[in-house]
Design a binder for this molecule. Structure first.
Ligand code: NAD
Length: 340
């Protein structure tokens, strides 16, 4: 893959896709095609000098059009969100199977050389995530399969489809299982946001309103690890370049409880809040962490941005968005066009 070759980023109007386009641009890629179903004004990041297309990639003919001429395809398009979204939209999450299936077929038909698929830690067997002590999930823990209902099963199925396209048709596929990605330009309000952005926003709301309370979903003892967006885009590229044939974890191994995540956001904001726990809210599995032995073995690398450093950047970005919104400057929220 050279800097002049065409690269397709599917889901480029979203959080990770947008960040990947930004990285490719900085690296000097000259022929980037960015595709998303959302109207262009709603993309989180949109860039000049990039072929920005609004296409529904559920449809095969649109995948064919998007893949035409592309040497590399990065599939980051999916219907997804935080726990609240995926627990209430299982059918919609499963329909993302259409995107990956049609993109794989298009990649074959159009002679694409390499194909990247964004899978998720939600493929892991739920029985291995019952304790709060953040079990480190190894790649083999996806089987016997008992994935997150809806969203996780679609990811597991699509992982396997990538594998069989590689085995049967020699398409060079690579699959990474992302563990909770966060950072600037991510969803921070509206119902699809994940825990780090939701907590930053709630802390900011409390600070600005003077009502020093925060509602936390679950007991706050659930453990997770969170990967900063820059580590994610670096890992995607490393995995695409690598000879790694099986799905591999791409996540931070710094596990924290949701309460500790709130501690960090509070300390950045310089306030202490009264915590209210909503035990009936969607909260996901009790504990989950990324076991990074395999990625270390293959790449001698793993995501390393500390949670404190990453949350600090994310908090400041959300704060700016929040304040802009308060001032009625809606354009600054979500629609950050042509930022480099
Ligand atoms: P996102 O929701 O910000 O981006 C996904 C994009 O896909 C959206 O902009 C959406 O409009 C687009 N899309 C949905 N349906 C489409 C269609 N039919 N045609 C074209 N575009 C369509 O999500 P993200 O956080 O950037 O996630 C990217 C990928 O990484 C997804 O596959 C997601 O499942 C996976 N992932 C993300 C995380 C995370 O923490 N963010 C964790 C695990 C896996």
């Amino acid at each position: 893959m050279g800097l002049k070759d065409k690269v397709l980023v599917a889901g480029a109007g979203g959080f990770i896709g947008g960040a990947l386009v930004s990285v490719f641009r900085k690296q000097g890629y000259r022929d980037i095609r960015a595709v998303d179903i959302k109207p262009l004004e709603e993309w989180y990041q949109r860039f000049d000098g990039v072929e920005n297309l609004r296409l529904d990639l559920n449809l095969k003919e649109n995948c064919d059009a998007a893949a035409t001429g592309a040497v590399d395809i990065y599939n980051l398009a999916a219907n997804m969100g935080g726990m609240g979204f995926i627990e209430h939209n299982k059918a919609l999450c499963m329909l993302s199977v259409l995107i990956n299936t049609h993109l794989l077929q298009a990649a074959l038909a159009k002679g694409t050389k390499r194909f990247f698929y964004a899978s998720s830690a939600c493929v892991y067997n739920a029985d291995k995530q019952k304790t709060f002590e953040a079990p480190s999930l190894k790649e083999e823990d996806a089987y016997p399969a008992l994935a997150e209902d809806g969203y996780g099963w679609e990811k597991l199925f699509s992982e396997r489809m990538c594998r069989h396209f590689m085995e049967d048709y020699s398409l060079r596929t690579r699959v990474a299982r992302f563990h909770n990605v966060y950072g600037p330009w991510g969803t921070w309000f509206g119902g699809r946001e994940k825990a780090p952005a939701a907590i930053c926003r709630k802390v900011i709301e409390a600070k600005v309103s003077g009502k020093h309370e925060i509602e936390i979903w679950g007991s706050g003892n659930q453990t997770r690890s969170f990967m900063f967006i820059d580590d994610c885009t670096e890992g995607i590229q490393k995995i695409m370049e690598s000879g790694i044939l099986e799905p591999i974890n791409l996540g931070s191994s710094e596990a924290v409880t949701i309460n500790q995540l709130v501690d960090i956001a509070e300390s950045i904001a310089g306030i202490k809040l009264q915590r209210k726990y909503d035990l009936s809210a969607p909260k996901g599995v009790n504990g989950r962490n990324s076991d990074n032995a395999l990625i270390q073995k293959y790449l001698q690398w793993e995501p390393s941005t500390s949670l404190r450093a990453g949350i600090e950047k994310t908090y400041r970005w959300i704060y700016d968005q929040y304040m802009a919104r308060e001032r009625g400057e809606a354009g600054v929220v979500r629609e950050a066009s042509a930022s480099v």
